[in-house]
Design a protein around this ligand. Sequence first.
Ligand SMILES: NC(=O)c1ccc[n+]([C@@H]2O[C@H](COP(=O)([O-])OP(=O)(O)OC[C@H]3O[C@@H](n4cnc5c(N)ncnc54)[C@H](O)[C@@H]3O)[C@@H](O)[C@H]2O)c1
Length: 447
Amino acid sequence: MRSVVLVTGGAGFIGSHVVDRLVAAGHRPRILDQRPSPWHASGEIDTVIGDVRRPEDVMRAAHGCAAICHLAAAADVGEVHAQPAWSTELNTTGTLNVLEAARQLGIARVVYASTVWVYSDVVADEVDEDELLPAPAHLYTAGKLAGEMYCRSYAELYGVQSTVLRFGIPYGPRARPAAVIPSFVARAQSGEPLSIAGSGDQERSFVYVEDLADGVVRGLIPEAAGRTYNLAGTETTTIAQLAKLVCEEVAETEIVHTEGRAGDLRGARIRSDRAAEELGWSASTPLREGLRRYATWMREQDEPASAVVVAAPAAVRRRARALARLSEAWRDPAFTGVAALLAVASAAVSVILGTPDRTQAADLTVAALALALPLWSLTFTPWPAGLHGRQAWSTALTGLACVVLLGLFSGDPDALHGSHLLSLMTLAICVSALLRVVPLRLAQRSP
Ligand SMILES: NC(=O)c1ccc[n+]([C@@H]2O[C@H](COP(=O)([O-])OP(=O)(O)OC[C@H]3O[C@@H](n4cnc5c(N)ncnc54)[C@H](O)[C@@H]3O)[C@@H](O)[C@H]2O)c1
């Protein structure tokens, strides 16, 4: 089934690969990010530019989605260390807003991007998802664990189904240049020394980003609801071994050691057996092969002919984009509802101004308000995700009916007198109350 899946942070390193993987799996991804994706042609992927810290942006983006993959976050531990308040708000409030949107819109699944950093304070040498986690030392881990707990609470209290994925340390095309593998590869390619923070004994289970994105899409299967999975590489390597591998695969260069980072990931061995058993997932790209592919991609980025995106003629793309946006907009109940309300308002203004009698004009004003009331409820009450198409059609038809009724009332103003007007108002209030309550109940009941 082709479903619309929202990817928050879909313009980022991992998120953009998740978007590609969703397309390959036959879904229709939609990106919510604060910037357009630099990895996709403009208009290629449905995109909402917005901020996950703003509930209204998340609600707008999540309308009509069957699932949300939530990746938008302050993902750089150094950035979290430098800007604790901003990053904590982004990583915790952002997650709450996503879960709340899923609750209000009746979205079937939230896939939450957590991290193997949650194991950084564990004493065991090897860990799986059942490991008891001590209180975290790093703020990044605290924020990510808070997100995991919100997922659990939303499942318990409101039935919002989520899947927690603890990502290993990803690498590959589109990676942030400051991360360890991109910086090692870039330095090796330009003949600079590779710098290791501390002894270099810290162990990491790197995972090739395309493997990781595949794991995120597998996390959408029904059986993964309410489960937590490690998605880590199968090979564990130390930073010192990595530096040697880069020297072998990319270019021979000097290796130097500097002072260690505050709260650095200690690095227990991460088992991803549960993902293998239940999702059929394992990191299939060996580190040496992934490094080779990444180094090739890096070299291509430096070549001017290597455009990331093949551009279609601009006018054709603009037209296709406009049509795609229009057809998407007509399926959005907020869009059709506001258009219908504007149509009713303009019809009301024209019939009221065209009525010379002041009493009749007042009656028509009350009638127009009564007619607009159910339409207002229909437009602004969130319906379950699966019913958005019907909600959009209902708003359009109700708007049309209101305009027709206003036309009839203006032709026969006597029909509005006294008790008729009162009955119309009472009926409108009852219908609009029903239109508010029923969809909210349906949304609460849907899984
Ligand atoms: N990269 C890693 O090493 C790593 C490891 C484990 C888990 N993770 C998790 O995976 C997820 C993705 O990480 P990434 O490496 O792709 O990060 P990234 O920085 O490349 O991407 C994050 C995206 O989120 C967007 N974003 C930031 N603030 C936003 C906001 N307020 N509203 C909307 N969008 C916003 C950014 O524009 C960016 O496109 C994060 O949740 C991260 O915590 C990352």
